[in-house]
Write a protein that binds this ligand. Structure first.
Ligand SMILES: Cc1cc2nc3c(=O)[nH]c(=O)nc-3n(C[C@H](O)[C@H](O)[C@H](O)COP(=O)(O)OP(=O)(O)OC[C@H]3O[C@@H](n4cnc5c(N)ncnc54)[C@H](O)[C@@H]3O)c2cc1C
Ligand SMILES: NC(=O)c1ccc[n+]([C@@H]2O[C@H](COP(=O)([O-])OP(=O)(O)OC[C@H]3O[C@@H](n4cnc5c(N)ncnc54)[C@H](OP(=O)(O)O)[C@@H]3O)[C@@H](O)[C@H]2O)c1
Length: 509
């Protein structure tokens, strides 16, 4: 812990985290104790998979994690990016498990991987993880239990797919790349590269581009060009502003959206308003979170140019500079941007979910248009945690990982809470109606408060779920619902009614 006199705010932050850990972290299982209850297969050992698994075992459910990569890839995407990578949002919004302890506001890659590894060890997940095993297909036996790849991996009552959204790197091939005399790297492979005194050309205008710009500044590059083919919103790295923006409960553009947009233009972009998108609102696409980028442009250290890449030459990149509002590929001014290093900040391929049964993808209920965005309506025992979202304002690594996990645990434990496919589809339809004026699809953009509304609605609509509310939201109070279920089962047995043995079939609303 920091010295409270020298660092009072950091000390307070650490105290709050200590308190949250003591209050809300489930107890790790005792070594050697067999966990009962439905068994859950977890696909992916990134932050979401490890967090979900620790919640499951902490609440008495056995798990097996299947990870495509080797042990070194524990931590998922964070194990594969630059040493200089770190959180853009404040760590207060990146609490992927109550026992996470951040020592500061913006942890770096190593600190994040270390927190994931600690969690993995603390909950005894080392001997519950199978590395080097890519899940290619999942299917059910005649009792509805899930088989992962083949029966030798065991049988499971539930699945948590946690495959993330950043898979293999996207490295588009461009004409003349082989002629370029400088080096070309993907934005996630900059560790150890020298940029001092050099000119860096960054292709792409997303979060990785901004991060590459930070790398260039850190390495004392002479000049950096960012070549972006579309305008994206940038918001300040300020936890209060970021939290406020995530509190738009409508989860999309509203008649009031011009207010934060106008404030951002006036007080954040200021003289650089040309960079702010005009054709798309703030609540349509995940914004970048950075405050320094504007200063670097103002100081002349960096230039942010809008346009299309025509190809590479020996000396640099042929570029078509477009004016504001001119669409991609539209007319502009041709120029040659000379440089020594080209960084492809062109993103990552999205990992596929096509190992799931085909009926999970039947239109119009294909991802992200699933129940709570996460449960395919045909398979209530499958929770695709953090891997179906497209755009959002909020955080990927936060409290909701536990909430989604516990909703699945509730469905598996209590048949009266498990929704039918019919009702899951009605919820999706209802959300589409509520967001019919949003410029994006209903599930293509959401905010954190909208997510909380989804969870609240899910619990409130079904009285059999009320007893689970504390458990779902905070991970506490599992004893009461368990007692009630025992009594319900007793009553049902007395009446000669049988529980649905298939955990994948809902019979409630
Ligand atoms: C540089 C960088 C910075 C970021 N910063 C932020 C930030 O500030 N805030 C924020 O909210 N988000 C940020 N993100 C987004 C980040 O992706 C999430 O925050 C989070 O780490 C995702 O974790 P995950 O476990 O869901 O996915 P991942 O970390 O991608 O892990 C998924 C795992 O699943 C495995 N897998 C995939 N398919 C299969 C399969 N078929 N079988 C078995 N295993 C499989 C993969 O090998 C991988 O290990 C950042 C991303 C990057 C790249
Ligand atoms: N610290 C952080 O918070 C942080 C840092 C890095 C990444 N991330 C996260 O990681 C994910 C990926 O981010 P990312 O920035 O790597 O990828 P991204 O958001 O997909 O952005 C890729 C950029 O490259 C451009 N691009 C793609 N192909 C191109 C081509 N052929 N020619 C020219 N430009 C091309 C895209 O333009 P178009 O938009 O026009 O397609 C876009 O500007 C996001 O979820 C992001 O939030 C977060």
């Amino acid at each position: 812990m920091e010295n409270p006199i020298l660092h009072p705010i950091v000390f307070l932050y650490q105290l709050v985290q200590w308190f949250l850990d003591k209050l809300l972290s489930p107890n790790p299982p005792q070594p050697g104790v067999e966990l009962g209850g439905p068994k859950i297969a977890i696909i992916g050992a990134g932050l979401t998979g490890v967090s979900a698994a620790s919640h499951c075992v902490g609440h008495g459910f056995d798990v097996r994690i299947f990870e495509a990569g080797p042990r070194e890839q524990l931590g998922g995407i964070w194990s594969r990016v630059n040493n200089t990578s770190g959180l853009q949002i404040h760590s207060i919004m990146y609490r992927f498990h109550p026992s996470v302890r951040w020592s500061g506001g913006y942890p770096n890659r190593q600190q994040i991987v270390s927190q994931i590894t600690e969690l993995w060890k603390k909950y005894g997940l080392e001997n519950k993880t199978t590395f080097d095993t890519k899940v290619e297909k999942v299917y059910q036996d005649d009792k509805g239990r899930w088989i992962i790849n083949d029966p030798s991996n065991g049988r499971f009552e539930g699945i948590i797919a946690a495959v993330g959204t950043c898979g293999d790197i996207k490295m588009p091939s461009m004409p003349g790349m082989d002629k370029f005399k400088g080096e070309i790297y993907h934005s996630s492979a900059l560790t150890g590269k020298q940029a001092k005194g050099k000119t860096m050309i960054i292709i792409g205008g997303g979060a990785s581009a901004v991060e590459a710009l930070e790398f260039a500044a850190h390495e004392e590059a002479a000049k950096t060009y960012i070549l972006a083919r579309s305008d994206k919103w940038i918001i300040p790295r300020n936890p209060v502003i970021d939290v406020l923006l995530s509190l738009n409960v409508w989860g999309g553009e509203t008649i009031f959206s011009w207010i934060p947009e106008m404030l951002l233009r006036k007080f954040f972009y200021r003289d650089l308003q040309d960079l702010a998108p005009t054709e798309r609102g703030l609540f349509t696409e995940t914004p970048m979170v950075n405050s320094d980028v504007m200063d670097k442009i103002r100081s002349g250290q960096a230039e942010w140019l809008r346009g299309d890449i025509r190809g590479f030459t020996e000396e640099g990149v042929k570029f078509n500079l477009r004016g504001k509002g001119v669409p991609k590929g539209g007319p502009g001014k041709s120029m040659l941007i000379k440089g020594d290093i080209a960084v492809m900040a062109t993103g990552f391929e999205r990992p596929t979910l096509d190992f799931l049964p085909d009926d999970s993808f039947g239109d119009p209920y294909s991802p992200p248009n699933w129940y709570l965005q996460t449960f395919p309506p045909e398979h209530v025992s499958v929770c695709c945690n953090n891997c179906t979202y497209v755009n959002a304002i909020g955080s990927v690594g936060n409290w909701h990982i536990g909430i989604y996990t516990r909703i699945l645990l509730m469905f598996l434990s209590d048949p009266l809470t498990r929704p039918r496919s019919f009702w899951m589809k009605r919820w999706i339809d209802m959300t589409r109606v509520l967001k019919k004026f949003a410029p994006t699809g209903a599930f293509d953009f959401f905010t954190y408060l909208e997510l909380v509304w989804w969870f609240t609605f899910c619990i409130a609509i079904n009285p059999f779920r009320w007893k689970w509310a504390f458990f779902v939201f905070f991970g506490i109070g599992q004893t009461l619902p368990r007692r009630v279920i025992d009594t319900e089962n007793h009553l049902r047995n007395g009446l000669g009614l049988k529980n649905e043995a298939n955990y994948d079939k809902g019979n409630s609303f």
